[in-house]
Unconditional design. Structure first.
Length: 244
């Protein structure tokens, strides 16, 4: 049986992804601080991605139980929202610890085993914020943008090893993620997404494991990214006009 690891399977997006992969007859290993709901994963290994020693132990444990995975999905994330210089430094640093350095630690740990086993696919769930500046999301955007560029660089090195590294960027999804992150120096603003659900994200992850290229999901999000390519600065001008 093929094995998939889902880092952050206790989250809404990670849980939906784990459930989707189990439907495809993967043995799913959850790596997260909190054990997911019953039926989401076949095996749970505690893993706090901000603790690099614990990531190393979790990776070693998961490899010992099921061997090298065919698929790894990094769904862990940390919000850091609000007026930029009112965001506490510990919150800003935690965003980088989860969104960037945790990803680095997991990929660093599992890539050699995937290569030795003949290859596989690693998918990181990022954000529209990885592709462009978003008001009051400075640290979150920066951590996701760093992860995006890092993934693209590592993908060039991993391809000859048979490991395909991809990323998926959704916009706002109503999971409570932004609310849990807290808003600093302001109230949480009204946010509109494209109606994308955790199940939609899980389906897109599955498409990526079967060969689809990295993608932005959601019609609004795709339109924003396209507008940035066709007319750089136009969306920023619109945002400034709306905030006058």
């Amino acid at each position: 049986m093929k094995t998939a690891w889902v880092v952050g399977a206790s989250s809404a997006l990670g849980g939906a992804t784990a459930t989707r992969l189990r439907k495809e007859r993967f043995a799913v290993v959850s790596l997260s601080r909190t054990e997911p709901a019953p039926g989401v994963a076949d095996t749970h290994v505690r893993c706090d991605v901000t603790d690099l020693a614990e990531v190393e132990r979790a990776v070693a444990s998961a490899l010992a139980i099921h061997g090298a995975p065919s698929v790894v999905v990094y769904a862990a994330g940390q919000a850091a929202m609000g007026v930029t210089f009112t965001v506490p430094m510990d919150i800003a640093r935690r965003a980088f610890a989860v969104n960037f350095w945790g990803l680095d630690a997991v990929v660093r740990g599992v890539l050699p085993a995937m290569h030795a086993a003949g290859g596989g696919t690693i998918v990181a769930i990022l954000s529209l914020a990885a592709h462009r500046a978003i008001t009051h999301e400075a640290y979150y955007s920066a951590s996701k943008a760093a992860a995006l560029r890092w993934l693209d660089c590592v993908a060039l090195e991993a391809h000859p090893l048979g490991v395909h590294i991809k990323h998926l960027s959704p916009g706002f999804i109503d999971t409570g993620f932004f609310d849990r992150g807290g808003w600093h120096g302001m109230n949480a603003p009204p946010v509109r997404g494209s109606g994308v659900t955790p199940d939609d994200v899980a389906e897109e992850v599955w498409s990526l494991t079967r060969g689809k290229r990295s993608s932005v999901i959601g019609w609004r999000e795709r339109a924003i990214v396209l507008a940035d390519r066709l007319s750089p600065g136009a969306y920023d001008a619109l945002v400034r006009w709306r905030h006058k």
